[in-house]
Design a protein around this ligand. Structure first.
Ligand code: ADP
Length: 216
């Protein structure tokens, strides 16, 4: 299996790119944030547990996240590879993933780090509206946001409860302290491809696909 990790701050475009690249390369796509949001919608035990962490912009505790992800990975069938979007987000998660993959005789193919300056991240997150059905993001000021409707699937647009200025600040703080160290972790293993996330969306996609295909 070809395993690709998408690493980057909230608002760097991991979700948008993850979807497109997965489709293009026929890979599965797993976004931990989406798995948790679905659990909250279902209102099950996992949803109840993760809700307060997400609302505060904190990471869901490692044990919970690792167990959810490993269960998800174990349930995959007939896939040639997967894009992990939003996982790992801490050193402990990265080590747990390495260990689980080694046990299956697998490893990480490539880590795509999408680099975006912090002021742009704040701008993107605080003006972001998301489709409730297909998760497509839109920026304040566009026609879809004015109508409140997704142009891809006609779903209703909403602002994520963790996209408020306070929570955005906390999420970025958590990203820089807990997740950013993974950049060096994977760079030192020779796995990292750094992509400029300020380029045009389609250009970013092209560069990511080329990094995955060429393995550099
Ligand atoms: P973003 O990357 O924009 O923050 P996500 O949808 O990936 O959005 O994540 C939303 C929230 O879900 C995070 O702030 C965190 O609370 C939780 N979460 C997602 N992935 C993880 C993870 N790997 N470990 C812990 N918490 C996570």
């Amino acid at each position: 299996m070809y395993n690709v990790i998408f690493l980057g701050a909230p608002g760097s475009g991991k979700g948008t790119q993850g979807e497109v690249v997965a489709k293009e390369l026929k890979l599965a796509h797993m976004a931990t944030g989406d798995l948790f949001r679905k659990a909250i919608e279902r209102g099950d035990e996992l949803g109840d547990t993760v809700k307060s962490y997400m609302e505060r912009g904190e990471l869901v505790p490692d044990e919970i996240t690792i167990s959810v992800v490993l269960k998800h990975l174990a349930g995959l069938k007939d896939v040639s590879g997967i894009i992990l979007d939003g996982f790992p987000r801490s050193l402990r998660q990265a080590e747990a993933l390495d260990e689980a993959l080694v046990k299956q005789g697998e490893g990480i193919g490539r880590v795509i780090y999408i680099n975006v300056p912090e002021d742009e991240l704040v701008r993107r997150l605080s003006g972001r509206w998301v489709c409730r059905s297909c998760q497509s993001p839109y920026q304040c000021g566009c026609a879809e946001v004015a109508e409140g409707k997704c142009s891809r699937c006609q779903g209703e647009l909403y602002q994520r409860p963790d996209d408020t200025p306070e929570t955005v600040k906390e999420r970025l703080k958590v990203y820089f302290s807990k997740t950013a160290p993974l950049i060096e972790y994977y760079r030192s293993k020779g796995k990292l491809s750094e992509i400029d996330g300020m380029a045009e969306i389609t250009e970013v996609t092209k560069r990511i696909i080329s990094a995955i295909k060429c393995g550099k």
